[in-house]
Design a protein around this ligand. Structure first.
Ligand code: NAP
Length: 128
């Protein structure tokens, strides 16, 4: 059964691959990213050619997250699955990381925003 899926950080890497794969499998996919009209314009265009919908969403900015989630809900009516992928891959000794190094908080902003719309919020959320 086709699902409506929102993926964060879908301009490159695992996020983009996941968007393409899920679209090919027949799902309605919203590839969210920052700079969809700017630095990630090419990636956004290529995804749209495959039938993936793109939406502006910076997970580090509450206003952007809320606006992105609202856009998807207005268009699709609901979000079945949220893939919290956006982030920064870090290597090293985690005990030596500073507060600004981690991206754990970023991943939860989108789920929080979607959850503010309880009747249309994701049934499933997963993290990269
Ligand atoms: N690669 C690994 O071995 C590995 C292992 C475990 C977990 N992970 C996790 O998997 C996720 C994806 O990894 P990847 O290897 O595919 O990394 P990647 O190629 O660097 O992709 C990261 C994506 O996140 C986006 N992003 C970063 N900050 C963002 C923000 N504030 N708002 C929206 N998008 C943002 C980037 O977009 P921009 O173009 O805007 O920068 C980029 O599209 C990360 O969360 C990473 O921590 C990776």
């Amino acid at each position: 059964m086709s699902k409506t899926i929102l993926i964060t950080g879908a301009s490159s890497g695992f996020g983009r691959d996941t968007a393409e794969t899920l679209r090919r499998a027949g799902h309605t996919v919203y590839a969210s990213m920052r700079g969809a009209q700017g630095k990630n314009r090419e990636a956004a265009g290529a995804l749209r050619k495959l039938g993936v919908k793109t939406v502006e969403l910076d997970v580090s900015d509450d206003t952007s997250v809320e606006a992105g989630v609202r856009t998807v809900l207005a268009e699709a009516g609901q979000i079945d699955v949220l893939v919290n992928n956006a982030g920064i891959a870090s290597a090293g000794v985690t005990e030596a990381f500073t507060a600004g190094t981690g991206d754990g908080d970023l991943r939860h902003e989108c789920h929080r925003a979607a959850s503010r719309h309880p009747r249309r919020a994701p049934l499933h959320a997963t993290e990269a």
